[in-house]
Design a protein. Structure first.
Length: 552
């Protein structure tokens, strides 16, 4: 299984590529590539920097390492027929010894289960990298050094500029054939586009299935430099650290406001600094050219410095500059207000939750006190003793029945069957008694059967309770009671006939007073009940009154 590990270098469109891959996760997956989602943060695999550091410190048994490897193995298991893509420029940003970093990276991905590891590395001219890094260091509020004033040999990011050392480190560890080295230059991109160039590595085309995103993390203009540098003097740590600038001024506000493409606002450092990055790395670049780009005359196009213009200080404040600064202040104020409003809302929600929890606690405490009182009462103790006595009595009866079974030769099942047969005989005797009884009942009178219908009983209740105000008030409760009672009677009847089918009532037309029963169904009482049932099914009761008026 192949792992493509994109390591930058930083400031070569890495952020844009990462967000593009994260946004198009499903599209890439359908085309055979998985942009790993394990510990993905801000669309990149920044955790790889921590993994490399732990490996270099000999902490390969660290819980974070073990958990990450476990999660990645699970992701591999779910995508066995696909290649994986990882992207993090953080390794080259923080690790000066790139040889050791490369070895640690290989050990980690081998442990995960990849047998084919390919490194993707974009490089750009060092002088252009300097311009972009100056912007990034200003965004980061780097307290360690000023990139604008640093010559190559003094830069703490020296490893990012020295491409010969970078290439050798990854060639020696992964093999030259597994180092995919690309030039970060629009004229060198496949079809002049970075996204297309990156996809071309995987033999993919930028078709309509992909979703494009705006460019990310672009360089600041000169107004942005001046403003953020001034703000940074109030903070003594990196912007993302606790109490760093981002805790007070969101990074995105500055980055969205001060990205002008106006040439007069393009940051250009002192010529001496700019030129030093061209000359210092000439030998290193020539080695890279011969190894990877022998068809080119130079690794990067030569710059004409005869017309070079320094532009590292804002010497004039135009009215429109003030407008942009004002917009920044307004956006900042709105952002703070939204945060405060959201916090107030959150606090209110939390207070409500706390009140509800306190109420629940109070109720539970009251219930607990009540239970304690009940358990400690004499009545409860008496009930407990009585229950124990009954349990003992049941045990004795069971023992007695067992002894009887042995003495008489009957089993417990035989006794139960006998009881069931006895009950059936009693039911049939009751049925015969009802049929032979001189008094009318539901077994001898169809009219009484009709009067036992739910419709008749409801209609009768409607008429009786409509004669007084008190009756109207209690009517809903009476009707509900009749309905529930009828439901229970029907349930009991159905259970009886399921046990003994002989108890099933005959058809109405077999009764001698069948004609009287039909007349009973046409009376006001029955019709009112029917109307109520029908209205209840529809969700309203207005039809009852129409029936009542028609029948009155």
């Amino acid at each position: 299984m192949t792992a493509y590990v994109h390591i930058g270098t930083p400031k070569t469109g890495t952020t844009s590529l990462q967000w593009f891959m994260a946004k198009n996760y499903e599209v890439l997956k359908n085309k055979g590539f998985v942009y790993s989602r394990v510990s993905l943060s801000l669309a990149r695999h920044g955790y790889l920097n921590r993994i490399v550091r732990l490996y270099l410190e000999g902490k390969t048994e660290d819980k974070f390492v073990k958990d990450t490897i476990k999660n990645l193995k699970e992701e591999l298991k779910q995508n066995t027929n696909k290649d994986f893509i990882f992207s993090s420029e953080d390794i080259l940003w923080w690790h000066k010894d790139v040889d050791k970093a490369a070895l640690a990276l290989k050990d980690f991905f081998t442990e995960v289960g990849f047998d084919d590891i390919r490194i993707i590395l974009y490089i750009r001219s060092q002088e252009d990298l300097l311009l972009s890094l100056c912007s990034q260091e200003t965004k980061n509020a780097d307290p360690t050094y000023n990139a604008k004033e640093s010559k190559p040999e003094n830069s703490p990011r020296f490893q990012m500029y020295e491409y010969k050392a970078l290439a050798k480190a990854f060639m020696n560890t992964f093999g030259k054939e597994n180092l995919i080295l690309r030039l970060f230059d629009k004229n060198e991109f496949y079809q002049g586009d970075l996204i297309k160039d990156f996809l071309h590595i995987f033999n993919l085309d930028l078709d309509e299935s992909f979703v494009l995103i705006p460019n990310k993390n672009e360089s600041l203009d000169l107004i942005g430099f001046e403003l953020l540098e001034s703000i940074n003097t109030h903070f003594k740590c990196f912007t993302w650290e606790h109490n760093g600038r981002n805790s007070f001024i969101p990074n995105y506000l500055a980055m969205e406001t001060f990205l002008s493409k106006d040439p007069s606002l393009k940051f250009m450092p002192k010529k001496e600094i700019y030129e030093s990055y061209i000359t210092y790395f000439e030998e290193s670049n020539e080695w890279v050219r011969k190894e990877f780009f022998p068809h080119k005359e130079r690794l990067f196009p030569k710059k004409d410095l005869s017309t070079y213009k320094e532009n590292y200080e804002l010497k004039e404040m135009k009215p429109e500059y003030w407008d942009r600064i004002a917009n920044f202040i307004v956006d900042f104020a709105k952002d703070r207000k939204n945060i405060i409003d959201n916090k107030d809302k959150k606090i209110q929600e939390l207070n409500t939750q706390v009140s509800n929890l306190n109420l629940n606690v109070s109720n539970l405490q009251n219930e607990n006190s009540s239970l304690k009182q009940i358990l400690s009462s004499q009545e409860h103790k008496a009930k407990t003793l009585k229950l124990s006595f009954l349990e003992e009595k049941v045990k004795r009866k069971v023992l007695k029945n067992t002894l009887l079974e042995k003495n008489l030769g009957f089993t417990h099942e035989d006794i139960l069957q006998s009881k069931i047969l006895n009950q059936k005989v009693k039911d049939l005797e009751n049925l015969l008694s009802n049929i032979q009884s001189p008094q009318a009942n539901i077994y001898t009178s169809a009219k009484l059967r009709v009067q036992n219908h739910l419709a008749y009983k409801l209609g009768q209740a409607l008429i009786l309770n409509s004669k007084s105000l008190k009756g109207y008030i209690r009517m809903p409760y009476v009707l509900s009671y009749i309905k529930e009672k009828h439901k229970l009677e029907q349930k009991a009847y159905n259970e009886k006939i399921s046990k003994n089918p002989y108890l099933k009532l005959p058809s109405l037309d077999t009764y001698p007073d069948y004609a009287a029963a039909l007349k009973e169904k046409e009376c006001l009482t029955y019709k009112l009940g029917e109307a109520l049932i029908e209205a209840n099914k529809r969700g309203g009761g207005i039809e009852i009154y129409k029936i009542y008026e028609r029948c009155a």
